[in-house]
Design a protein around this ligand. Sequence first.
Ligand SMILES: NC(=O)c1ccc[n+]([C@@H]2O[C@H](COP(=O)([O-])OP(=O)(O)OC[C@H]3O[C@@H](n4cnc5c(N)ncnc54)[C@H](O)[C@@H]3O)[C@@H](O)[C@H]2O)c1
Ligand SMILES: O=C(O)C(=O)C[C@@H](O)[C@H](O)[C@H](O)COP(=O)(O)O
Ligand SMILES: [Zn+2]
Length: 357
Amino acid sequence: MSGATRITVRGDDPYDVVVGTGVLAELPTLFRPGVRTVAVIHPQGLPELARPVCEAIAAAGHEVAALPVPDGERAKTAEVAAGLWSALGRHGVTRSDAVVGVGGGATTDLAGFVAGTWLRGVQVVLVPTTLLAMVDAAVGGKNGIDTPEGKNLVGTFLPPAGVLCELSTLDGVPRDDYRAGLAEVIKGGFIADPEILRLVEADPEGAVRPDGPHTRELIERKIRVKADVVGADLREAGLREILNYGHTLAHAIERDRHYEIRHGEAVAIGMVYAAELSRLAGRADLVARTRRILTAVGLPVSYRADAWPRLRDHMRLDKKNRGAKQRFVVLDDLARPGRLEDPAEELLEAAYKEISA
Ligand SMILES: NC(=O)c1ccc[n+]([C@@H]2O[C@H](COP(=O)([O-])OP(=O)(O)OC[C@H]3O[C@@H](n4cnc5c(N)ncnc54)[C@H](O)[C@@H]3O)[C@@H](O)[C@H]2O)c1
Ligand SMILES: O=C(O)C(=O)C[C@@H](O)[C@H](O)[C@H](O)COP(=O)(O)O
Ligand SMILES: [Zn+2]
C-alpha cells in the first residue's frame, strides 16, 4: 500500500474517505459494527472490479451477495431499484447489514438510493472506481435515480459509513470517461480551490491521465472541497448549492440527450453557461478562463442552438428552484460563488446564445 490518505467528512454522522493504492483490505474496517450480510451492487459488465471487493469482505467473515446492475446511467431507474429491493429481501438483508456500491457515479448513486430506502435506511459503503465518482458522486451522501421527467429527481440524503478510493482502478477507466470526471475537479477549482485550476492549466495533458504527475493531488484537493461543503450542509439548506455550479443547464442537456452524453461533459458546457450568466449579470467575468481550461483538456464548451426552448423547459424542474423562481449558482469572483435569483428570460437566452453552436 502506498500511504493511504484519510479525509474525514464532518457532520452528525462523520465518516472517512480513504484514498490510496492497494487499500482494498481496509474496506471491512469502514463498516459499522454488527454486519452479517453485505450486498455488493456493481455494473454487470465489470465483474473484475467487484471480485476483489467481494473477496475482501468475505475474508473479514461476512456473507456476500453480489448484485449486478446495468452499466452506467441505465442503472439509475425505478425498475432497477425495485429489482434490488427484491434481491435484498431474498438475501435477508437486515438493518444491521450493509450495502456496498462499487463502480462509477451512476452505480454509487443507485447503491446509495437503494440503501437509503431499504428498511428506511441501512448503511452503505461506497467504492468509487471512476475519477468522477471518487471526487464527487461517492462523497456527500446525495444519491438518486432518474425519472422520465428529469435527472436525479428521486433520492435521499444518506451519508455513507465510509468511502474507499482504490486509485489503481482508475487505470481501466476509458479515456473519455476519465476526462469527463475532470469537469467536476475543475468545478472545484472555480468554486473553492483555484490551486486545482493552476495544476490543470500547467499540464492539461497530464490532467487527463490517471498516471499524470498531479493526479493524486487533484483528487485529494477536490475531495476536500466537497468534504468541507457537505460536512457543513448535508441537506443543501444553502452552502451545498455551490456544488451545483454548472448543473442547472447540465441536467437539462443530459435529459435532452436521453442520458447519452456523459454527466461531466454536460457539466463542462453548463459551467461555460454559468460563467456567461455571471458575466452578463454583472458579476465575475471568468468566461475566457473557463473556456480555455475546458478546451485544453478536451471537454465540450458549446451546445446546439435549436435546443434552447427544450432546455429552458427542462430547467424549470431544477431542485434549486423555488416555485416559479429559477435559481442559479454563479460566481461573484474566483472561489466566491453567489446566487442568481429569478433572472430575466432575456438574460437566460442571451447567455445561451453565447454558448450555442
Ligand atoms: N451523488 C452525487 O453527489 C453525484 C455527483 C456527481 C455525479 N453524480 C452522478 O454520477 C454519474 C456519473 O458518474 P461517472 O462519470 O462515474 O459515470 P458512470 O457511472 O456512468 O461510469 C462511466 C462508465 O465507466 C464504467 N466504469 C466504471 N468504473 C470503471 C473502471 N474502473 N474501469 C472501466 N470502466 C469503468 C461504468 O460502468 C460506465 O460504463 C451521473 O449519474 C451523475 O449524476 C452524482
Ligand atoms: O453534491 C452535490 O450537492 C452536487 O450538486 C454535486 C453534483 O456534482 C452532482 O452532479 C449532484 O448529483 C447533483 O445533484 P442534484 O441535486 O442537482 O441532482
Ligand atoms: Zn455533477
